[in-house]
Design a protein around this ligand. Structure first.
Ligand code: BGC
Length: 694
């Protein structure tokens, strides 16, 4: 298909149509809705000229919708089918925040590859994933979709997801295009409140928030989605500086820019557009190629072109991008791409992959007196609001049917479970040697539009755990959640805390394997766990402030009167069943243009259990032109150490790893001293002085 010639044949309306995406229910009454749907008065022509749709999947459904559409479309240009396949299609994998806790981007790549296989054979072309927003506020429900608070992890995971979805080329089977979101800053919504204002300096935007997007662009992502929020007081979807100057010209993004669900129309509510037509013209002129789920382009773009406000060349460029993606996907040859392929959803191989990722995502937060792993001879009571819960998939799981999941009791069937249920007597608790409390959140408490002002345990769980602790001291708390929870009121009432997140189809199999010790946990927190919701946003790589708080009760320092500044569990924290320590560190003393900093580390496992640790390397720039974080992750390595063995690992840090965004908003590096820090979490580190020579 010669798409340049095709564009010449298209009417103005048909061209605009390619830049409009309508919700799936226009083509299939069961189409998934992921935002408010209003009754737009669209003509049949407008519906059957639109270039893409979202929220329909399944080979039969896609065949039906595509053939219905093609029958009506004059030029027979196939529809693009997009959807939110965020952590698995039908085989559900852990929520992305949990996957980030593996500190292993290859896990994310694996998830994306399997998601692509299942999505492909169900007729999908594009997934709205990964979300690469940096997040620091656990009150925001969408932290579950992110890679956590750290930019380096964000950069590495963004690349891994894009490569996993897209493979080497979209003309290959089992690949789908990746739409990276949300450009940009959405993760910094004020007070963690969904859809709220975002305001940050351009320097911080560049230092932290843009970098994962740049990484995804460099990995070749085909689409980017705009965010709902304002950037420098202009909503992202109509922000020309953001979409054209920064994203296109500076960051070099050549793919498609798509708005978020009704985000163009919402610019009227933001108070920067007067009506639908104005919003459409502003968004198109800003550089947004496709409008999702609102009719502003149909309302405004035609007139704007006829009046010369928008050039026809600009429209042709956008249409060319849409058609090029269709061509890359091979849709002109086969509009039913993937629909004939064997459907491998929930195959043993996929479930095994989901189990392995889930096992890597679990974080052991506390394990007093080595109560875990649980000895099989012990009698166990399983209680708590999630003890019989099947919905442990988290949000964005439209195809993740719950009957594929099992309960914790089913997963622990080889154990001596003497009681399981929500309604128990204190005798049941006293008679068990160990009480497993399956608590945390429910799946519907996380994700989009799921902000919580208080992030303590819901449903009176704190009180319940206190009552249980009065009857039995051996409490293992399994926390299923989509965000860091404030566990400060229960930490001293439990012997062990397993952060189980929402791990998808294989959640409880993975939890059981960690409780039993079949799997030695290795996850590390990708997001700090606050000691109080009042600390939010809380993150390890904060600035120092002019009055840093060091000594207890020091007056006139940056601190709270009622609680500590420190999180309950820091970024990078995570225990295991081995006893692994860094036993030796050797390193150079400087980094310069001709010399990298070489670090050599021995890790000693003095236990009888093989284990895995994540060695984390941080730096702090002592004096710079702008204030720099107290710590920032520059490198990490995950390494398995056999029982009673020593492993050796090396790092090499170069100038590029320690550069930062300076006052002029450009990358820079200066001579001077920095502190090198090495540890197995972000709070307990070896430190040394390093000289930087530029
Ligand atoms: C969300 C996006 C999602 C889109 C399409 C929006 O409400 O913010 O992340 O991709 O809906 O479902």
């Amino acid at each position: 298909m010669n798409i340049e010639n095709l564009i010449k044949e298209m009417t103005l309306d048909e061209k605009i149509g390619q830049c409009v995406q309508l919700p799936g229910n226009y083509f299939d009454k069961n189409g998934e809705l992921t935002g408010p749907l209003e009754g737009y008065e669209l003509t049949d022509d407008q519906i059957f000229m639109c270039g893409s749709t979202l929220g329909i999947s399944g080979s039969a459904e896609i065949r039906k919708a595509q053939s219905f559409y093609l029958e009506k479309s004059r030029l027979k240009i196939p529809l693009l089918f997009m959807a939110d396949v965020v952590h698995g299609y039908e085989t559900m994998f852990p929520i992305p925040l949990a996957i980030a806790c593996s500190f292993d981007p290859m896990q994310a790549r694996k998830v994306a590859e399997y998601s692509a296989i299942e999505s492909y054979s169900n007729g999908l072309h594009v997934t709205f994933s990964p979300m690469v927003d940096i997040v620091k506020d656990a009150r925001w429900g969408r932290v579950m979709e992110s890679n956590g608070e750290d930019t380096k992890l964000g950069v590495d995971f963004a690349k891994a997801y894009v490569e996993g979805y897209q493979g080497t080329s979209l003309d290959q089977k089992n690949t789908i295009a990746s739409c990276v979101k949300h450009f940009v800053g959405y993760g910094a919504a004020e007070a963690g409140r969904e859809y709220n204002t975002v305001d940050m300096s351009e320097r911080v935007l560049r230092q932290e928030y843009l970098q994962p997007f740049q990484s995804a662009i460099d990995a070749g992502c085909k689409l980017l989605m705009t965010s709902f929020n304002t950037v420098n007081s202009v909503p992202a979807s109509v922000n020309k500086w953001l979409l054209t100057q920064l994203l296109r010209d500076e960051m070099g993004f050549e793919g498609l820019i798509i708005s978020d669900w009704t985000s163009i129309k919402e610019c009227i509510a933001h108070g920067v557009c007067s009506d639908l037509a104005d919003a459409g013209v502003q968004a198109f002129d800003a550089g947004c190629d496709i409008e999702m789920s609102s009719p502003c382009y149909y309302e405004g773009v035609k007139k704007a072109i006829e009046e010369g406000v928008i050039s026809i060349e600009a429209l042709d460029r956008a249409v060319l991008k849409v058609l090029s993606l269709k061509q890359e996907l091979g849709l002109f040859e086969n509009p039913y791409r993937g629909c004939d392929e064997p459907n491998k959803v929930l195959s043993d191989e996929h479930k095994q992959a989901a189990l392995e990722v889930a096992q890597q995502s679990i974080v052991l937060l506390k394990n007093e007196d080595s109560i875990l792993p649980i000895d099989k001879s012990k009698s166990i009571a399983i209680v708590g609001p999630n003890c019989s819960e099947l919905d442990l998939n988290g949000s964005w799981t439209w195809k993740g049917h719950l009957d594929n999941n099992i309960t914790l009791q089913q997963a622990l069937q080889d154990y001596n479970v003497v009681f399981c249920g929500n309604v128990y007597t204190y005798r049941d608790i006293e008679h068990a040697e160990i009480v497993i409390y399956a608590g945390g959140e429910k799946s519907n408490m996380v994700g989009e539009a799921a902000s919580r002002a208080s992030i303590t345990l819901p449903f009176n769980q704190e009180h319940e755990i206190e009552e249980l602790a009065n009857r039995n001291k051996q409490i293992v708390f399994v926390n299923y959640s989509g965000r860091p929870i404030d566990l400060s009121n229960i930490i001293n009432k439990t012997s062990a805390i397993v952060q189980a997140w929402f791990l998808g189809t294989m959640t409880n199999q993975a939890v059981a394997s960690v409780l039993s010790g079949d799997v030695n946990p290795s996850g590390k927190l990708a997001m700090s766990f606050p000691a109080s919701g009042g600390q939010c946003p809380i993150y390890y790589n904060h600035l120092r402030t002019g009055r840093p708080y060091q000594k207890l009760n020091e007056p006139y320092k940056s601190r709270y009167m009622d609680i500590d500044n420190e999180p309950l569990f820091p970024f990078g924290h995570g225990l295991n069943y081995s006893n692994i320590q860094i036993s030796q560190i050797e390193h150079g003393e400087k980094i310069s243009v001709d010399a990298t900093l070489k670090i050599s580390i021995n890790l000693e496992n003095s236990s009888n259990v093989t284990g895995t640790e994540v060695v984390q390397v941080y730096i702090n720039d002592k004096v710079a032109t702008v204030a720099r974080p107290v710590k920032e992750l520059v490198a990490y390595q995950k390494v398995e150490i056999a029982a009673n063995n020593v492993e050796h690992i090396d790092f090499e840090i170069c100038l590029d790893d320690i550069k930062y965004v300076g006052l002029d908003n450009k990358q820079c590096i200066e001579s001077g001293d920095l502190t090198l820090m090495i540890g197995l979490d972000s709070a307990h580190v070896y430190s040394a002085n390093i000289n930087v020579i530029v």
